[in-house]
Design a protein around this ligand. Structure first.
Ligand code: GLN
Length: 305
């Protein structure tokens, strides 16, 4: 397996020059566009790694999976989906224009920024408690105590997140979020800044692939039904407005983040974490996509085949 991972990294590394590191959050601009890492964890908890698998990066939009899980655990499926939809969208992840249309009742889905700001707001707890609960939940999933957020990235986004701020105030005006808007944004920016590596992503992936159970601890952290909501949402919305083509070419439920991470879930089989900060125009890791495409072919991982 590790030979395969390294072969795929070698085969695809030329692609990094066609991508661009995200710099609309200034601190993300410091990443090395040539970094590539992969980790696969199987259902027995065995780990296979390749390249820069232990490089740290911020989780960004992949955290949207975690906030969705917690929101459903806290408020129930019905309450959550009253305020956020479950439909894919052709708009980019940071779009707010549809939300401003009078007939648009709620964000299309929880994998775009507007939808994720809603799910974050639905996590139980006052102020900082929401974030602490999210971090604690992630620590339990990953079985890692020293997980934390990157202050520099958090402050960088907090200072420059004008568009997310506009989205959040629009959500407030439409009655889709309750409480103090700046506090909710603060939690959202912090959750996006949580530092992970490919192993951490693979562990979250296998937790979902294994119906919300860590294969090592076997501790049940949430109802397995949550996996059956998260997996289709990842499949249809996880790669933003590239989710359709991605489903055809890769066929693995996945979620990307703008720092270059992709988390992929092969139900009942594997959790996969890939890192490559050079992004394509959709905000997905350019080399991460190609590696997952190759891996899917080599190991027959598509859920559609
Ligand atoms: N923190 C980022 C933002 O809100 C997350 C976006 C992403 O990873 N696509 O813009």
């Amino acid at each position: 397996m590790e030979r395969l991972l390294n072969k795929l990294i070698e085969r695809n590394k030329y692609l990094t020059k066609y991508g661009k590191v995200a710099d609309y959050i200034p601190a993300l601009g410091n990443a090395n566009p040539q970094d590539i890492g992969v980790c696969i964890m199987d259902i027995d908890g065995d780990i296979y790694t390749g390249g820069d698998y232990n490089k740290k990066f911020t989780i960004q939009s992949i955290s949207k999976i975690i906030s969705l899980m917690l929101a459903i655990m806290d408020k129930g499926e019905e309450e959550v989906f009253k305020k956020v939809g479950m439909e894919p969208t052709v708009e980019p992840f940071s779009s707010l224009y549809k939300l401003d249309l009078s007939h648009c009742e709620k964000p299309s889905n929880p994998m775009i920024n507007s939808g994720a700001i809603v799910t974050t707001s639905l996590i139980e707890g006052k102020g900082e408690e929401k974030f602490n609960r999210l971090l604690k939940f992630m620590k339990k999933i990953i079985l890692k105590d020293n997980l934390n957020y990157n202050k520099e990235v958090y402050l960088s986004e907090k200072e420059t997140g004008y568009k997310n701020r506009a989205i959040a105030y629009l959500l407030k005006q439409k009655g889709l979020i309750e409480g103090n808007v700046e506090n909710i944004l603060d939690i959202y920016f912090k959750q996006c800044s949580i530092e992970v590596d490919c192993i951490d992503l693979a562990k979250i992936g296998i937790f979902i692939a294994n119906k919300c159970k860590n294969p090592k601890s076997k501790e049940v952290l949430c109802d397995e039904k949550i996996a059956s909501i998260i997996i289709p949402i990842m499949t249809t919305c996880g790669m933003y407005n590239f989710s359709g083509e991605y489903a055809i070419n890769v066929g693995i439920p996945s979620k990307s983040g703008v720092a270059g991470g992709i988390l992929a879930v092969v139900p009942g089989r594997y959790g996969i974490g890939v890192y490559g900060p050079a992004l394509d125009g959709y905000g997905n890791s350019i080399v991460g996509y190609e590696i997952l495409k190759d891996l899917s072919k080599e190991l027959n991982l598509s859920i559609f085949k």
